[in-house]
Design a protein around this ligand. Structure first.
Ligand code: XLS
Ligand code: NI
Ligand code: NI
Length: 435
């Protein structure tokens, strides 16, 4: 199919920090070796199909602004055109991965058999395209939040028929992800939550969600899907209360249903902010529990209170996130998915490319800063020094004793601790040497 959507745009190249071009990488050189590995293999960038190609630019006060050639997205002809444009963009950017929901790539047919047939049809088309270009699938997922059938939840729905439709939908999406060699499968519970307890049996709904996820894990093993299963926390929006509130809540949930070995976590910057955390807090917590799977990289407006999904544009924030990812051993099957969308006034085809180029550059810059911070070692050393006291035998023994013994010791040795500086500003100043 011949379409002129990205007219006059050449494949994006690395030109270095001095480049004057709007459409060149200044920091992202995929072949640069950082910490012994190519940058491309560290960062594992993915483009999100939904924001870049399915979203039409509407907001609660106004309609669509984008008017792409593949709109309206209600027929398969336009689904094919959209796929052509998407894979053209992947070629221009050269990022190694993409991610998609079923609903991004084919129109909803209003019933399961037709949804299944069209998903299989368009994913066969992807399969052929992926034979001819380097783009791989980071993860697949099911959109079980847009269509009205999901309004009261998918697996947590009061209606068992919706649970059944959800199970069949997820099975079809795992099958397609497997067919395309996807490296992960994500479940984000957009409607898995509630508006009011007046009509919600919270305990029952959580049990339904636990059973559902267990079936997903069983199915993954049954078909030999080698990818990771990931859940993605978010505190609210679209539901008032989402069950997968944040990383800590997800870990508690996964442990309760004995799923912590089979399911890891996909952490999104904006969702961390909405939950009242920093991105690095969520990452560090997941790393410390062995639960980090992948990240959805974006930027949230700090004032709005809703999910703004902006492209990242803040090196210090990104650097601290990658610092904790590197300290955790880096990505295994996961990667950096740009779960980010244009502002609705950015209607040009070139805006889509520029947004990704800038985002890839910011991530590369942040990642290299983080790697330098790791190599420099000052932060790690300061951290070790702060906990130095715990290295002594007495301190370690105390952790295995009891309150009475400790009290006796406090009295006997007149223990009276002298406060020590936390040196926060000095440490923050140190970060500024790298970002
Ligand atoms: C929405 C979520 C969504 C998931 C995939 O807020 O971030 O985009 O990443 O369903
Ligand atoms: Ni996301
Ligand atoms: Ni989001």
């Amino acid at each position: 199919m011949n379409q002129p959507f990205f007219e006059n745009i050449e494949p994006i190249k690395y030109e270095g920090p001095e480049s004057e071009s709007n459409l060149a990488f200044r920091y992202y050189n995929p072949d640069e070796i950082v910490l012994g590995k190519r940058l491309e293999e560290h960062l594992r960038f993915a483009v999100a199909y939904w924001h870049s190609f399915a979203w039409e630019g509407g907001d609660p006060f106004g309609g669509f602004t984008f008017e792409r050639p593949w709109h309206p997205q209600d027929n398969m002809k336009n689904a094919y055109l959209k796929a052509d444009v998407a894979f053209d963009m992947f070629n221009l950017l050269g990022q190694p991965y993409f991610c998609f929901h079923d609903a991004d790539v084919r129109p909803d047919q209003g019933n399961f058999p037709d949804n299944l047939a069209t998903l299989n049809e368009i994913s066969d088309y992807f399969f052929d395209k992926m034979k001819n270009q380097k783009t791989k699938l980071l993860w697949g997922t099911a959109n079980m939040f847009s269509h009205r059938r999901w309004m009261a939840g998918a697996s947590t729905n009061p209606d068992p028929e919706v649970f059944a439709f959800a199970a069949a939908t997820v099975k079809s999406c795992i099958d397609v992800t497997h067919k395309l060699g996807g490296e992960n499968y994500v479940l984000w519970g957009g409607r898995e939550g509630y508006e009011t307890l007046l009509n919600t049996d919270l305990e029952r709904e959580l049990d339904q969600m636990g059973r559902f996820l267990s079936m997903v894990v069983d199915y993954k093993h049954k078909i030999g899907f080698p990818g990771m299963i990931l859940v993605e926390p978010k505190p609210q929006e679209p539901s008032k209360h989402q069950y997968d509130f944040d990383v800590a809540t997800c870990i508690g949930f996964l442990r309760k249903y004995n799923l912590e070995d089979d399911v890891k976590i996909n952490i999104e910057q904006g969702h961390a902010i909405l939950a009242g955390h920093s991105f690095e807090h969520e990452i560090a917590l997941a790393v410390s529990e062995g639960m980090l799977g992948s990240i959805d990289m974006n930027r949230n407006d700090y004032q709005s209170g809703w999910d703004t999904d902006q492209f990242p544009n803040n090196t210090p924030e990104v650097a601290l996130a990658y610092y904790h990812i590197i300290k955790g051993g880096g990505f295994q099957a996961g990667g950096t998915n740009f779960d980010a969308k244009l502002r609705r006034q950015s209607i040009d085809a070139e805006d889509l490319i520029a947004a990704h180029v800038g985002a890839m550059d910011i991530c590369a810059r942040g990642f290299k800063a983080a790697a330098a911070m790791v190599e420099d070692g000052h932060l790690e050393k300061a951290l070790q020094e702060r906990y130095e006291g715990w290295k002594s035998k007495e301190a370690q023994n105390m952790l295995n004793s009891d309150l009475t013994t400790i009290t006796d010791n406090v009295l006997k040795n007149s223990i009276n601790p002298e406060p020590k500086s936390g040196k926060q500003e000095k440490l923050e100043n140190h970060i500024n040497r790298f970002v």
